[in-house]
Design a protein around this ligand. Structure first.
Ligand code: NAD
Length: 447
């Protein structure tokens, strides 16, 4: 099939590359000229394990192309994916200006003689498929007066569930694909497109557009609930002298609860959970429904992102002025360079506000961080360099390479044998043995 993907960020680039991988001819569009130039030069623009190999292969085979021109990309396209940003607006609702802006452009460009399926892959509020449909028709009425555009396209909601860090696997072998449309022609096109991805038997779940749109928010909000619930259990553990690891294992072995997403830490971040929980809460607000759990989740997460700060302050008698910290981990989670809403940034801001200085290391997210913090913090070339002369080591992201470090190197570089671990990467018993003062989440303080 011939496919256009509009928006070539994390989702668009993975989507475009993976569809090319199954033999489709894909053209990805972006307004960011630098991004398109790089991609055309064979340079990948995001860090995502496994993506580069597929990107290079499909580009070489001529199945994966990049352009700034929406008009060029959609010529003869059978499917047009919208993988555009939907950031929170001032009121917390998803801002649809990118989506509706492109819908307006499509109204000018669609060819009434070519049937095309337009797919919302972005996370969008309930009712957006209708809005996109109406925006295209309204624009076509002005710019292509007299032509019957309305019958040449359907708008489908096909939310994306990939996780950054394992996005290629998630896309190539999805647990399920949710497809929101009741239009028979669109059902056939989407079924043909996705069949190669569900050969192992996972379902293509067809439903109406609104249910598909709500499914994405429900999934992300539920996962955020799970994380925040465990973070509150961890708070209880710290106060009661219980061990959250034991509680986690104890409840996770129940199939109804499951083992995943039960790890406490310094809160969730990223470009999805924070904005999607907020957007769902706003949708509830708009229909006068008081979605109480979501408000609690947002409050818990706001508190959790700064959970280590009072512990650090307490250790240093409430005075961090002149203290110097090593911070391992900047990305909002491991295996990505994505720093959007990263809990590490909330910690950096709080520590700088207290008059501390910070040296940071992350395997992939340093460049993105330099563009945010400039010379306000120090950037280390490796995890050990960050430790030099620091009063304590702080951990904000659970990269695998942090899990079994050389503790001798750590203790010889640090001023004190002192670690505050926001992701529970070390074993408290080992820290005890090594003589560290070690504070983590929901486990007893080792000193
Ligand atoms: P992103 O910011 O990485 O990428 C969006 C891209 O769209 C950018 O490259 C931007 O330059 C481009 N763009 C903006 N306006 C454009 C226009 N008019 N024409 C062409 N390109 C344009 O965002 P993302 O992380 O890929 O997220 C996209 C959507 O997918 C969001 O709704 C997000 O909530 C959703 N989503 C993201 C993830 C994830 O893990 N990142 C997972 C599932 C769903």
């Amino acid at each position: 099939m011939k496919i256009a993907v509009i928006g070539t960020g994390y989702v668009g680039l993975v989507t475009g590359t993976c569809f090319a991988e199954t033999g489709n001819v894909v053209t990805c569009v972006d307004v960011d000229q630098q991004k398109i130039n790089k991609l055309n030069a064979g340079e990948i623009t995001i860090y995502e394990p496994g993506l580069e190999k597929l990107f290079l292969r499909n580009q070489k085979e001529g199945r994966l192309k990049f352009t700034q021109s929406l008009a060029d990309a959609i010529v003869d396209a059978q499917i047009i994916f919208l993988a555009l940003p939907t950031p929170p607006g001032a009121d917390g609702a998803a801002d649809l200006k990118y989506i509706l802006g492109v819908a307006n452009d499509l109204g000018k460009l669609l060819n009434p003689n070519n049937y095309v399926v337009i797919v919302d892959k972005s996370t969008v509020p309930v009712g957006t498929a209708d809005k996109v449909h109406n925006a295209i028709v309204a624009s076509a009425t002005i710019h292509q007066a007299g032509k019957n555009i309305e019958h040449c396209f359907d708008v489908v909601s096909n939310p994306e569930f990939l996780r950054e860090g394992v996005a290629v696997d998630d896309f190539m072998k999805p647990d399920r694909v949710v497809i929101g449309t009741t239009a028979p022609k669109a059902i056939k096109v989407m079924n043909d497109l996705y069949t190669p991805f569900v050969r192992q038997g996972n379902p293509l779940i067809f439903m109406d557009e609104k249910s598909a749109e709500l499914t994405k928010y429900a999934a992300n909000a539920f996962l955020a609930v799970k994380i925040s619930f465990m973070n509150e259990i961890a708070q209880m553990c710290e106060r009661l002298g219980a061990d959250v690891d034991m509680v986690r294992k104890g409840i996770g072995s129940d199939d109804r609860i499951g083992k995943r997403f039960l790890f406490p830490g310094i809160g969730y971040g990223g470009s999805c959970f924070p904005k999607d929980v907020q957007a769902l809460a706003k949708t509830a607000d708009d229909i006068n429904y008081d979605f109480k759990i979501l408000d609690a989740v947002m409050d818990v997460n706001a508190m959790q992102k700064l959970h280590l700060i009072p512990k650090i302050k307490k250790y240093f008698n409430n005075n961090l002025k002149g203290k110097h910290f090593a911070l391992w981990g900047l990305a909002f989670k491991p295996n990505t360079d994505d720093v959007r809403e990263a809990p590490a940034y909330y910690m950096i801001d709080a520590l700088l506000a207290e008059g501390a200085t910070i040296a940071v290391f992350d395997p992939e997210a340093i460049n993105n961080t330099i563009s945010v913090y400039g010379n306000k913090i120090v950037y280390a070339n490796n995890q050990y360099e960050a430790l030099f002369n620091a009063d304590a080591l702080l951990i904000a992201t659970e990269w695998n390479e942090f899990r079994t470090p050389d503790f001798e190197k750590i203790s010889s570089a640090l001023k004190n044998k002192l670690i505050f671990d926001g992701r529970n990467v070390f074993d408290p018993a080992q820290m005890q043995e090594l003589g560290y003062h070690y504070e983590s989440i929901g486990r007893k303080i080792i000193s």
